[in-house]
Design a protein around this ligand. Structure first.
Ligand code: ATP
Ligand code: MG
Length: 853
């Protein structure tokens, strides 16, 4: 028997050897589907003498494609020079289009091979100009909303005409028009967006018989992994590539379909059998990855879904350790528990020789959850790397709000100013900023001072000045919020400015007027569109393209993660702030506040006397007043929600910092240090990622964090049975990543949006769906002191975990509850913290206890 078949079960052997004609391999997680593909490739080359050139295998993520290439290399060795094509859908399409797109030209017109790939920022610009052309106010229809609809249509292969015909209301009709213009504009610009890459490849292979024939001749054997997540264009592409030879093998698992929001359709599995009547369907039933405990637990969860065919998986890896469940008092302790377990795991693994190198993963539902885990791992000095997303403090929206905070701390920080001034876009364009920067350079003042000067002396067009005033006021108001100290400092700044005025500095340059596109008097029009004329967005587009390149499956998500451009900032006039009053008045206010502060001995310990606003309050103010959250809400896409969650999580981080007694300055330093990912290489043994990104991967030890209702399943799916089933499949995907050990964790109290009182959470229904006999209670301490010693302490005190929970005398940490020997709970007398009015978490929330009993 061929060595390639030796270790395979009969069904796998069939999958490997059935190379002619269509094959549909449907099987559960860890049953060796991907292994069949890699061995099939080797088999074709070694046993059937097929040239590697003739083999194409497509998968979902670059990480998966890379792993597949490594596995194939391992099997066939580096003997052959030619390599099979192992690629993602998007990178395959780019390859085809770069070579052949000109075959789509009609009469010499059409895209050329040097086409550009538009990112989110580019797409926005096109949509904005379309809106303008149609005379649509982009407050009534947000560009991002329109883009989301266009992308949806493309993923369902609906063109503008069809969209128009199907539209049932004026808004949809408008979108159809925008879609039409958008399409033409991209054409004119010789550009494609990410969705187009697939659509154009499909169109090319459909319309040019010669091109299709060439690819069919070239790729004699085509394989697709993670087939359950293909959308319509990908399905069409697959059919075209199957050509006449129909040597197509698709493998998938309907229980792992988790991308329906991107147009993935379970129907593709059913259609396959229709489109390829000669199909040989193979099912695999043995799971080789996980222990029996893990497999049974995961199967029990997914069995709750009604929309599934159902299948039985078994594993020869009988027994195994029970699925761990840890219920932390709060999110921070949940993360510290995970870090502690990882530390132990890595230490033990370092002492024993094992075949599998020590690796583990922490999986979570939404990106924002990485923050606490990252911080805990850093405190334990454990190297980690993040897949498919930026480290929390590196995310564009987080960096943007941090820039605002830096500016609040020091308005003369020109870098922070450059980043925040037009994010979200508020009509402060490139020319304006260049002018201001030149002004600052020539006179030696900061950009902030240049702004003040420009406003005072009306050195710029009215529109720019109005936008700049709004921005300046925002920062001043934020500074004023921080209380007397800040207000006074600001007053000094203003005084210094006034002194400058008297010197009558003259500028050695002329101020260029910005082009004003409409003849209307902008100054008179307060509701003007601030985003049009100065449409320069400070978006980290490099980050976007890198991320997109790294992980093509998340390219659209990546665009959204990295992008900071959206709606205009509607000028808001809030109450007259202390900062915009005269310096003298402000000083009076400051003194008054000082006096008040002095009379107020009962301040909570975490709030420094004299401070007017806490750090989370400041962040909330910036999130909201800057228009950032509002713009993301309007956008209403899964990505924008995830970005909102990141901003809320930033407020939570600030609340934690506040409780550690950190100042604004210290908080910003901490953020800067955490985001410095230098020492945290890709070699790390710990991987952090969302459940979506974990598809197809496996790890000896897996943590599923944040198993709470509202978080996972996500609250958005509560009222949507289909969405809920998809969440459950996601849980199945997560659980089945584990080979030896699975630990699920949750926090009984979790902070929401920087609240100083964490909210009670309810255990995820998925936890309850795991049969109790499979679960080991790793503890649910009613109280656990936080490790809130300073960040310079690398290791928390030993023995905190697994110890009898308790509140340590003299410890400045707090605990939610304390438990005495009789099991009676009483509120802990923690400084600045009372749980008054809150129910005992044990009574209201311990629904998990029921199935442990
Ligand atoms: P998923 O649905 O999660 O993508 P999968 O079906 O693709 O899973 P694989 O990743 O191919 O599963 O295999 C899971 C694990 O089981 C891998 O470590 C693989 O090497 C191992 N495995 C699969 N088949 C066998 C076999 N016949 N003998 C030994 N190990 C196997
Ligand atoms: Mg797989």
């Amino acid at each position: 028997m061929s060595r390639l078949l030796e270790k395979m079960n009969p069904q796998q052997q069939q999958g490997i050897q059935t190379v002619d004609g269509p094959v549909l391999l449907l099987a559960g997680a860890g049953s060796g589907k991907t292994r069949v593909i890699t061995h099939r490739i080797a088999y074709l080359i070694e046993e059937r003498g097929v040239s590697p050139d003739a083999i194409l295998a497509v998968t979902f993520t670059n990480k998966a494609a890379k792993e597949m290439a490594e596995r194939v290399d391992k099997i066939i060795g580096h003997s052959s020079l030619a390599k099979p094509t192992l690629s993602t859908f998007h990178s395959f399409c780019v390859r085809v289009l770069r070579r052949d797109i000109e075959a789509l030209q009609v009469g010499g017109k059409g895209l050329t091979r040097t086409f550009a790939i538009y990112d989110e920022t580019d797409q926005q610009a096109v949509v904005k100009s379309a809106l303008k052309r149609l005379g649509i106010d982009d407050k009534s229809l947000k560009p991002r909303v329109a883009l989301g609809r266009i992308s949806w249509a493309k993923n369902h292969m609906i063109d503008p005409q069809e969209y128009f015909l199907a539209s049932t209301n004026p808004l949809e009709e408008k979108i159809a028009h925008i879609f039409e213009i958008y399409k033409k504009e991209l054409n004119k610009a010789n550009a494609l967006d990410f969705d187009d890459l697939l659509l154009e490849t499909v169109r090319l292979l459909k319309s040019s018989g010669e091109t299709r024939a060439r690819y069919n001749r070239r790729y004699q054997y085509v394989m697709i992994d993670e087939y359950q997540d293909t959308n319509k264009p990908q399905y069409e592409l697959m059919k075209l590539l199957a050509g006449d030879h129909k040597n197509i093998c698709v493998v998938g698992d309907e229980d792992q379909s988790i991308y329906s929001w991107r147009g993935a359709d379970i129907k593709n599995i059913l259609d396959f059998e229709k489109d390829f009547p000669a199909v040989q369907t193979i099912r695999l039933e043995q799971n080789y990855r996980s222990t029996q405990m893990i497999l049974e637990g995961a199967s029990a969860v997914v069995a709750q879904n009604t929309q599934r065919k159902g299948k039985n998986l078994w594993t020869a890896r009988e027994g195994g350790s029970l699925i761990g469940l840890y219920e932390a008092p709060d999110g921070e302790n949940e993360a510290l528990f995970i870090a502690d377990r990882i530390k132990k795991y890595l230490r033990e693994a370092g002492q024993t020789e094992t075949e599998e190198p020590a690796r583990c993963a922490v999986l979570y539902r939404t990106n924002s959850q990485s923050r606490l885990v990252e911080e805990a791992l850093r405190r334990y000095q454990i190297a980690y790397h993040m897949v498919g997303g930026f480290s929390f403090y590196d995310r564009a929206e987080v960096k943007d709000i941090l820039s605002y905070m830096k500016l609040v701390q020091n308005p003369h920080d020109s870098v922070a100013l450059g980043r925040s001034v037009n994010s979200p876009p508020r009509g402060i364009g490139k020319t304006t900023m260049e002018t201001l920067e030149r002004m600052a350079l020539t006179t030696g003042m900061s950009t902030w001072d240049a702004i003040a000067r420009a406003i005072e002396e009306k050195l710029l067009p009215a529109r720019a000045l109005q936008a700049l005033s709004g921005f300046k006021r925002l920062i001043e108001d934020a500074r004023a919020m921080l209380g007397p100290g800040f207000a006074e400092k600001l007053a000094e700044d203003v005084e210094a400015e006034t002194a400058d005025d008297e010197e009558d500095v003259s500028f050695g340059f002329s101020v260029e007027a910005e082009p004003v596109e409409t003849g209307a008097d902008a100054a008179a029009d307060t509701s003007f569109d601030t985003s049009f004329n100065f449409g320069f967005d400070f978006g980290p587009s490099e980050e976007i393209s890198t991320l997109a390149a790294e992980n093509s499956v998340d390219s659209d998500a990546a665009h959204n993660i990295g992008s900071v451009s959206f709606n205009p900032f509607a000028p808001v006039v809030l109450k007259e702030s202390a900062a915009s009053a005269s310096a003298a008045a402000r000083r009076a206010v400051a003194n008054e506040e000082k006096e008040l502060a002095a009379q107020e001995p009962e301040r909570p310990a975490f709030r420094k006397a004299g401070d007017a606003a806490t750090l989370p309050e400041l962040i909330k103010f910036l999130n909201e007043r800057s228009g950032y959250i509002r713009a993301l809400e309007d956008e209403a896409t899964p990505e924008s929600f995830s970005r909102i969650e990141n901003l809320k999580e930033l407020a939570n981080a600030a609340q934690d910092a506040q409780e550690r007694g950190e100042t604004l300055h210290e908080f910003l330093d901490h953020a800067a240090l955490v985001s410095d990912a230098d020492s945290y290489s890709a070699e790390a043994k710990v991987t952090l990622m969302t459940l979506h990104a974990a598809k197809g991967l496996e790890f000896p030890l897996v943590f599923l964090a944040g198993m709470e209702e509202g978080l996972f399943p996500h609250s958005r799916t509560f009222t949507d049975p289909t969405g809920l089933e998809e969440e459950r499949r996601l849980c199945y995907v997560g659980m089945t990543r584990a080979m030896d050990t699975l630990v699920m964790t949750r926090a009984r109290y979790r902070r929401r949006y920087g609240s100083d009182m964490p909210e009670a959470s309810v255990a995820s229904r998925f936890l309850e769906e795991v049969p109790g006999r499979l679960v080991e209670d790793l503890g649910s301490p009613a109280a656990q002191p936080q490790f809130s010693s300073s960040y310079s302490t690398p290791y928390p005190q030993r023995g905190r975990f697994g110890q009898k929970p308790g509140y340590e005398e003299g410890d400045r940490h707090y605990s939610y509850e304390d438990e005495d020997q009789s099991g009676e709970r009483k509120a802990a007398a923690a400084p600045g913290r009372q749980m008054a009015g809150q129910q005992s978490p044990a009574k209201s929330l311990d629904n998990v206890a029921a199935f442990f009993a």
